[in-house]
Design a protein around this ligand. Structure first.
Ligand code: CA
Length: 409
């Protein structure tokens, strides 16, 4: 891979005019396709005809986000470190949530028949499927305007995650080879995700399904194919039929926020016994009481808390973010008539991602596990902050603040 990168650097003349630099990137891209992608595609069973059709007229699109053009490395790193460390409140806009839930509720009614068949086949409830549809493409209303080969080709050549996009590019070629779609039908987002459920090509090949029975897996135009493909994705990722995704809960101070995480599951009855209660005042359903739950506190003690089921972590297989999965679960509940979060997302940080990254590095030096020190506060970082606070004799908040960042040496 270093060879390809070297070729890019050698071809781009940093002092040249932008037009000349563009010409050189295009020339390098053609060489890359011919020397590296074609042999790999051929070995994967892609015909020359498919390959040529897919890249006919395709040029690298240097205006796409998240590219790393030669000389950009330091700049990208610096921009990300200066970015504000965001409180989860930014993710949950109540006005938008209400509008999206109302739209979703209408669609639940409109597609009730097909959603019932989908739940019977895959075990995933309609509101969860429709919530993902809403989040990924505004229930199919979002434009999916890019040529997938332009996006994936450019990213395999110039992005920060070349290997990942290279595998996706080969998978996209295989989709055309298999006859599912023509190159012109392969429309994607700027990130290379396909159709209304926004599947990357490797996921399309494994998980997309033809549910309307026309013989084609058409996640661009067919609502039944789109919804069933989302349900199949979740089921294949481990969705447990009959279980909820989770419940907003009050967590008393006597239950430590360091107990959070997918690796610290216990019967929900144990949480209930320790004083964790649903905000609705209703008891946890009897079936859930006996089954495994997990403490989830996406903003530590500065926001709503939840008892999540394993299905919450299955939603994360769709998009690996606690906030994404919570958005989906909450939106599904809202479509069913539930109200807003009872807890308040408080804005407390005032930190940059660089500040949080430095805090993480200090915690690592003290032997704590924070996952990757990336300037974000995932569950490992949150509970390690709590463990540090408890050891220092402070009340555990499990969330980075200015005061905490200053106090950790
Ligand atoms: Ca179909």
């Amino acid at each position: 891979m270093t060879i390809r990168w070297g070729a890019v650097l050698a071809l781009v003349c940093l002092g040249c005019s932008p037009a000349l630099a563009q010409t050189q990137i295009e020339r390098g891209f053609r060489t890359f396709l011919a020397d590296e992608i074609w042999p790999e595609a051929r070995a994967a069973g892609v015909s020359r005809r498919t390959f040529d059709a897919a890249f006919d007229g395709v040029k690298p699109n240097t205006k796409l986000p998240d590219l790393q053009l030669p000389g950009d490395e330091a700049k990208v790193e610096e921009t990300s470190r200066q970015a504000e460390f965001q409180s989860p409140s930014a993710y949950f806009d109540e006005a938008k949530m209400g509008v999206t839930a109302a739209k979703g509720r209408g669609l639940l009614g409109q597609y009730a028949g097909v959603l019932k068949q989908i739940e019977a086949r895959y075990g995933v409830p309609g509101p969860i499927v429709v919530a993902i549809w809403g989040r990924e493409s505004g229930f199919g209303s979002a434009k999916i305007p890019y040529d997938a080969f332009e996006v994936l080709g450019t990213k395999a050549y110039l992005s920060r995650r070349k290997e990942m996009f290279r595998a996706e590019l080969i998978a996209a070629l295989r989709i055309v080879e298999d006859g599912d779609l023509t190159p012109a039908q392969m429309k994607s987002s700027w990130a290379g995700a396909l159709g209304q459920p926004q599947f990357m090509p490797t996921k399309f090949r494994k998980l997309a399904v033809d549910f309307d029975g026309d013989g084609r897996r058409d996640i661009w135009n067919s609502v039944p194919d789109t919804l069933a493909s989302i349900a199949n994705y979740l089921r294949q990722s481990g969705w447990q039929p009959g279980r909820d995704w989770g419940f907003e809960a009050k967590v008393p101070a006597s239950v430590s926020c360091t107990l959070e995480g997918p690796d610290q599951g216990r019967p929900i009855a144990d949480f209930a016994k320790a004083g964790v209660a649903r905000v609705s005042g209703r008891p946890f359903p009897a079936g859930e009481m006996r089954a495994t739950g997990h403490l989830l506190m996406p903003a530590g003690r500065f926001g709503p808390a939840f008892v999540a089921t394993p299905n919450f972590y299955t939603i994360k297989e769709y998009n690996n973010s606690d906030l994404y999965a919570l958005f989906i679960g909450h939106l599904a509940d809202r479509m069913g008539g539930a109200g807003p979060f009872a807890g308040e997302w408080r804005k407390v940080s005032g930190l940059t991602r660089g500040d949080v990254g430095r805090l993480q590095e200090k915690l690592v030096a003290r032997g704590y596990d924070v996952g990757r020190p990336d300037g974000l506060a995932g569950f490992k970082t949150r509970r390690s902050i709590g463990a540090y606070q408890e050891k220092a004799g402070q009340p555990a908040t499990c969330w980075p603040t200015k005061e905490l960042a200053a106090s950790v040496r």
